[in-house]
Design a binder for this molecule. Structure first.
Ligand code: GDP
Length: 458
């Protein structure tokens, strides 16, 4: 545990609010605050206690009435002495407090510096530290859930354990190298092999979860395509109107509905290229048209909408073939269920396969089954296989992939009977990437680039 020089920053969002919190952390944080605080002697107060009093200028002028919370090392977020000053949420007061603190020898914190200290003091690993940023930025239930799972150690704990086992093996392999010419084998090759296979088995679902993880964080790009008059703009409006209704039902919310964004089961869907759908003269044509292809290119999920009453069996068959060829996950949606005869529906269902067509009526707002299917599409993709752990960060993906590749080389080498020095080389690469992932190996550059992306006060 280390106590660094004292730093301070506004921990709440800048701007006017009922209260604001200024956080001070580091060596002497409590004593320094005590020098400007009147009302109680903070230096004798136990950890995790709150105290009412005033902050004053050196000449005794009142800055504000405040509530000060004291956290003593090591039971604080940074594991240092921490004071949180809750003051009135005025920019002027905040500036006065920060200036007063800097005059007492406190430095203004850099972006992410509190979290960086927490990491350096072993509060959590790097993946967890990054999850702090994600958690704060999370604005949907799914991204919140994923950040929270990472913050709790999610996949990094498991990887750290496997890395330790690999380290033990590498030590044995390297010991063999010391014996040079002699033909010794300390590391049981069969055990090493099965360990590497196990590690790869853990890595794969995580690597695959990136596309979903990314979607959870940034929204799932979704496109609605279909022939003119299929009902695409009606569907778009039905989806978005419902969204607007939900948002305006939440009392006190001022958040505007973001154009063309939709939340289903806490997952964010971004409806792309909807401008054309708004104007019926410019509707997206059926697939096969170049523009539609380009739009499908940008999407993770394609909603193919057709008029159930008008579509012939032959047409549906061709459409399915084209969608399959495009290779994108798609949902086959039969619109105007209200106009479609049971017999017609039956014929089309038989062609597509049982339960494949999702029947809706966009005009009547009967679209729940489509929404359920969209949500299911994302959730079943991979979150289940990883116990909910999702990779949402490109840095993590890079290290996981590099580890996996190094292990694949090591396994191939092992099977081909390569010498211990070759084996050790690939294993070391794998260990380095795993170590950088969780932060057991770090460089200042890496830490600066990760924590520099946080905002001040975190
Ligand atoms: P787009 O060209 O694919 O955007 O299709 P529109 O949304 O403009 O719809 C074409 C026509 O179909 C409009 O007259 C809609 O009112 C109508 N329509 C859309 N959805 C339904 C539905 O579920 N049932 C019925 N009966 N008509 C619908």
């Amino acid at each position: 545990m280390q106590q660094f020089e004292p730093i301070a920053a506004l921990a709440t969002a800048p701007g006017i609010g009922a209260i604001a919190v200024v956080r001070v952390s580091g060596e002497g944080a409590i004593d320094i605050t005590n020098r400007i605080f009147k009302g109680k002697d903070l230096s004798t107060q136990p950890s995790h206690t709150a105290h009412f009093g005033t902050l004053r200028q050196p000449d005794g002028t009142l800055i504000d009435e405040v509530l000060v919370t004291v956290f003593r090392a090591p039971t604080s977020f940074t594991k240092e002495d921490v004071v949180e000053i809750s003051c009135h949420g005025s920019d002027y007061i905040i500036r006065q407090i920060l200036t007063r603190l800097t005059r007492e020898g406190v430095r203004l914190a850099r972006p992410g510096e509190f979290t960086q200290r927490a990491f350096l003091n072993g509060q959590f690993d790097l993946v967890q530290a990054e999850a702090v940023a994600d958690l704060i930025a999370a604005d949907s239930e799914a991204s919140h859930r994923s950040a929270l799972s990472q913050l709790r150690g999610g996949f990094s704990r498991k990887l750290k354990d496997l890395r330790q086992q690999l380290i033990d093996f590498v030590a044995l392999v390297e010991l063999e190298l010391d014996f040079g010419e002699e033909d010794v084998e300390f590391a049981r090759r069969d055990q090493l092999r099965s360990l590497m296979v196990d590690v790869r088995r853990v890595l794969h679902p995580l690597i695959e979860s990136f596309s979903v993880g990314n979607a959870v964080k940034n929204g799932v790009p979704t496109v609605i395509v279909g022939k003119p008059n299929a009902g695409k703009s009606t569907l778009l409006n039905a989806l978005l109107d419902e969204e607007k209704a939900i948002v305006s039902d939440i009392p006190g919310t001022t958040r505007d509905v973001i154009e063309d964004e939709l939340f289903i089961d806490g997952i964010r869907f971004r409806l792309i290229d909807t401008a054309g759908l708004r104007h019926t003269t410019d509707t997206i044509e059926a697939i096969g048209v170049e523009r539609t292809r380009q739009q499908m290119e940008k999407a993770s999920v394609v909603v193919y909408l057709f008029d159930g009453a008008e579509t012939t069996p032959g047409e549906l068959r061709r459409t399915i073939a084209e969608l399959e060829e495009a290779g994108k996950p798609y949902l086959l949606v039969g619109n105007k269920a209200d106009l479609t005869l049971d017999s017609g529906r039956q014929t089309l269902d038989d062609i597509a396969g049982k339960g494949k067509i999702i029947w809706i009526s966009a005009r009547d707002q009967r679209i729940d089954e489509l929404k359920a299917a969209l949500s299911l599409r994302v959730r079943t993709d991979s979150a289940v296989q990883t116990d909910g752990a999702l990779i949402t960060n490109a840095r993590h993906l890079e290290h996981l992939t590099a580890t996996d590749e190094a292990l694949a080389r090591a396994i191939n080498g092992l099977d081909a009977g390569v010498t211990a020095d070759w084996l050790a080389m690939d294993l070391r690469v794998a260990l380095r990437h795993l170590g950088e992932l969780t932060g057991e190996i770090t460089t200042d550059d890496l830490l600066d680039s990760i924590f520099g992306r946080f905002c001040i006060g975190k």
